[in-house]
Write a protein that binds this ligand. Structure first.
Ligand code: SF4
Ligand code: SF4
Length: 427
């Protein structure tokens, strides 16, 4: 079906009932109809029917959305809001193009195996000049404002060694029972290598050998969310090719956003492709699995004699209070919310507490957090209130984007809560 007709038909299915206004994390912050799903769908319908044109203002309005799919999940008419918003952004991008810096980054930087590490390696060497180190935290703050980076922002320091530099192509488990492939993703590789090391340790301890294909690149989610499907497809095909050589049953991810891109969005990207390409994409996407799901349902770690974690409370009778934030890309995009909780509850010495609204978006929303920083922080404020009420000492999550967002908010509010990836806590 013609793309515009499809867009118009889906958007016109909205009954304007307003149910989605109640749960949207963004709408209550502005009370602007254009920020609600209903408002955006109405504009998209008008665009698809030629009643309005693809202006810069329309691009701005459609970029004011976290693509969290809370609206789609609760819609009584089952309007495919997420798909419709993403397709509308694609339409706008094809008519208006992208701002030059974004275009350059998506087309020439993120898909490069050499440029990204070289730039970030240089960045790690000069970060002390541009940033101030935050004592007592492994973080940084800008000394002066830079375009798109707010001076208030907490930024984790870049590591000296990136994740992929630390491992050979195959990490063999001492008593191998199974072999999988691992998709690291940019944030694990360049910002949070510790979560990747932890994942390798846990997998190896349970007899799982890990293949880390050298030629994997960025998952392409940022380009996809900005409507640049051409760049995103290029990265997708590079990744598919990099993993095709390994005939393993599963490709494990530790970042919910990468996982959602590889599993859910890649098939969308190639909807119009020929059957042979679609089959390659499906073969790849069907093998993607989040580490929590993999540990619980494939390795069955809770039924094994090998201990998942050691009892870190041995020297004290006090238990460590831990809570969990559901990344949108894990529980709504991949349907995974139970396995991380089962794993956390199994750790001796931990007291798991459920925080209020654990499944509400944290306000990160990919580049939303860069382009609408103040709004993003306002959305996060509500999550931080829930976190405070829970009394947790550690906030655990499974998405690198959510980790960055919480670290920033917690630092700015002066809260005494540590943010950790699930794999780090288990290790
Ligand atoms: S809940 Fe669904 S039908 Fe109702 S206004 Fe929102 S998108 Fe439209
Ligand atoms: S995707 Fe999320 S932020 Fe966007 S309109 Fe729907 S509920 Fe609101």
């Amino acid at each position: 079906m013609d793309a515009l007709k499809k867009l118009s038909e889906e958007a016109s299915r909205c009954a304007k009932c307003g149910t989605c206004l109640l749960n949207c994390p963004l709408y209550p912050e502005t009370l602007l109809e254009q920020n609600s799903s209903r408002g955006k769908l109405s504009l998209i319908e008008s665009l698809a029917q030629g009643e309005i044109t693809a202006t810069r203002r329309l691009s701005d309005i459609l970029s004011q959305c976290l693509i969290c799919n809370t609206c789609g999940e609760g819609c009584p008419n089952q309007v495919k809001t997420e798909e419709t918003f993403l397709n509308a952004r694609r339409e706008l991008c094809s008519r208006r193009g992208l701002p030059l810096p974004k275009k350059f980054i998506f087309r020439y930087i993120l898909n490069s195996l050499r440029i990204v590490p070289a730039l970030l390696k240089a960045g790690s060497l000069i970060q002390g000049i541009v940033f101030k180190r935050i004592p007592s935290e492994s973080g940084l703050r800008l000394r002066f404002s830079l375009p798109l980076i707010d001076k208030r922002r907490f930024i984790p320091a870049l590591p000296k060694k990136f994740f992929k530099e630390s491992y050979p192509a195959v990490v063999t488990a001492p008593r191998e029972k199974m072999k999988i492939a691992y998709f690291a993703g940019c944030a694990t590789n360049y910002i949070f290598p510790g979560s990747g090391y932890a994942a390798m340790n846990i997998l190896n301890r349970h007899g799982v050998s890990v293949v880390i294909p050298e030629k994997q690149v960025c998952c392409g989610l940022m380009a996809f969310g900005s409507g640049d499907w051409k760049s995103s497809r290029k990265m997708a095909l590079q990744n598919i090719e990099a993993f095709e050589k390994n005939e393993v049953e599963y490709i494990v991810t530790t970042c919910a956003s990468c996982g959602a891109a590889l599993k859910k969005y890649y098939p969308m990207l190639f909807e119009d492709a020929g059957d042979d390409v679609k089959q390659r994409v499906a073969r790849f996407s069907n093998r993607i699995i989040d580490i929590s799901d993999f540990l619980i349902n494939k390795v069955r770690v809770l039924e094994q004699p090998v201990k998942l974690t050691s009892d870190i409370s041995n020297n004290t009778n006090r238990k460590i209070r831990v809570t969990y934030h559901d990344p949108c890309h894990l529980h709504r995009s991949q349907g995974i919310s139970k396995p991380p909780r089962e794993l956390l509850k199994s750790i001796p010495g931990f007291e798991f507490v459920e925080m209020e609204n654990a499944g509400t978006c944290c306000g990160m929303g990919g580049s939303f957090n860069i382009t609408h920083y103040d709004l993003s922080l306002k959305i996060l404020d509500k999550k931080l209130e829930s976190l405070k009420k829970s009394g947790a000492q550690i906030l655990v999550t499974g998405c690198m984007g959510c980790m960055l967002q919480f670290m920033d908010g917690i630092y700015q509010k002066g809260m005494d809560v540590k943010v950790m990836h699930l794999a780090e806590v288990l290790d």
